[in-house]
Design a protein around this ligand. Structure first.
Ligand code: G3P
Length: 221
């Protein structure tokens, strides 16, 4: 299972990248709008920090505009994946970009049918937004289950990138479904680290060791 960070925050990206747990990053216009400074500089910096795929999204919704923006975004770095919205003109752009060898991620996927069409058009990744489906009273994870099964049945090479993740159980469920990637906001990734028994256990080890050290003041290792 690959883990991407769903953020444009440079500090968070550096922190998790330095731990070796990040396989890539996803951004979108909303995430970039939350950061200070020129978004172009932020995107440039993310691409410099992260070796894996960095997903940058087009703003246009017309075919020609999306193609032009994709070419511009691709100039930020070889590892850029262009995010394209799940609309008919978007899939036409995906097809053309695939012919040019440019990786794409079809975003705003809310049904398995949309995922099938995106894969058929040549998308490198599809992004089902499961938290937003849950918010809407639907079972978001059920479409991940369907998409993984359908893609496996037909040996589609498009990777399933589970997005709009709201809690650590979503991560486990996505893994059990066999999704290729989960993209996590920093606060969810942080929650995956912690367990009260880890903290309790560490405090116990340290206080016991301090007792030994008090008896042997020169003890080092
Ligand atoms: O990458 C975009 C996606 O993860 C959005 O998440 O929380 O805005 O539904 P959210």
């Amino acid at each position: 299972m690959k883990i991407f960070l769903d953020s444009a925050n440079l500090e968070s990206i550096k922190t998790y990248n330095d731990m070796g747990i990040l396989d890539g990053v996803t951004t979108n216009p909303s995430l970039l709008s939350k950061e200070k400074g020129d978004p172009r500089k932020v995107m440039n910096e993310i691409v410099r920090i992260v070796k894996g795929p960095v997903n940058l999204e087009v703003i246009g919704t017309d075919y020609e505009v999306m193609i032009e923006e994709a070419h511009r975004l691709k100039k930020y770095g070889e590892n850029v994946v262009v995010k394209i919205p799940m609309i008919p003109a978007g899939l036409r752009a995906v097809k053309r970009l695939a012919q040019e060898g440019i990786s794409t991620n079809v975003t705003l996927i809310f049904s398995s049918n949309q995922a099938i069409l995106a894969a058929k058009s040549g998308a490198s990744y599809v992004s089902p937004f499961i938290g937003r489906l849950d918010d809407n009273g639907q079972d978001g994870m059920s479409i991940v289950r369907e998409i993984t099964q359908i893609f496996a049945n037909y040996k589609f090479e498009t990777e399933i990138l589970v997005a709009s993740i709201r809690h650590p159980i979503h991560v486990i469920e996505a893994g059990k479904c066999g999704a290729d990637i989960v993209t996590l906001p920093p606060e969810i990734l942080q929650k995956m680290f912690t367990h009260p028994l880890t903290d309790k256990g560490l405090n116990g080890f340290l206080s016991d060791w301090n007792k030994v050290k008090d008896l042997n003041p020169d003890l080092l290792f």
